[in-house]
Every structure is written in C-alpha cells, then in structure tokens.
Write a protein that binds this ligand. Sequence first.
Ligand SMILES: [Zn+2]
Length: 115
Amino acid sequence: MAGGSAIRGSRVGAGPLGENERGDVAPRLTVSYWCANGHETRPAFAVGGEVEVPSTWDCQRCGLPAGTDREAPPEAPRNEPYKTHLAYVKERRSEEDGAALLDEALAALRARRGS
Ligand SMILES: [Zn+2]
C-alpha cells in the first residue's frame, strides 16, 4: 500500500456489463481456416468442457471447405451436395470471366496483404 499503487487500484479493465469481474464468460479460441481461394475464416470456439475444433470449416466468403493448414487448403469438391450462391453465379459465367474474376480476387487479396 505504498505510494504508487493508486493507479493499479483503479484500473479500467472491467467492461460496462461487468463480465470480466464475474469471470463467467467462456474463453474463446480463435482458429484460422483457409480455403482453396485463399480466404481466411476465423471462427471462435468456446473453450472449456468438451471442445472440438473441426478440421475443416466452410469458408464464409465462398462456401468452399477451408482447412487449418494455410499451405494446403482442402480441394474444392467437384460435386457439391448443395450449391452456394457463388457457385450458381460462376455457372452462369463463361470460363474466361471466371478466370478474370479469380485474377481480380487474387490481386485484391495481395493488395490487402500489402505485398
Ligand atoms: Zn473462400
């Protein structure tokens, strides 16, 4: 209780709902998944009890299966049991348009990464 402890005693860590103080908010584990298109999806899983982090996760952007290994994302299935909206859109486009879109997406991705 010597001088200098005043600041520590009045820290502003607690949120407006006081959740941090109650300590009943389950810690979350954020896992990154990458799909074949290079999209990163980061779902958060509650930690505690039985935690099962799936080995694959559906990409939030294109619906392709995504894996935790960035260097080796799961292959896009040839026959999808259900088609995403993007799949329908792709089907209606010519292959050339599809390739252009892919280049565009990759360019945007690289730009965002700043490389
Ligand atoms: Zn994707």
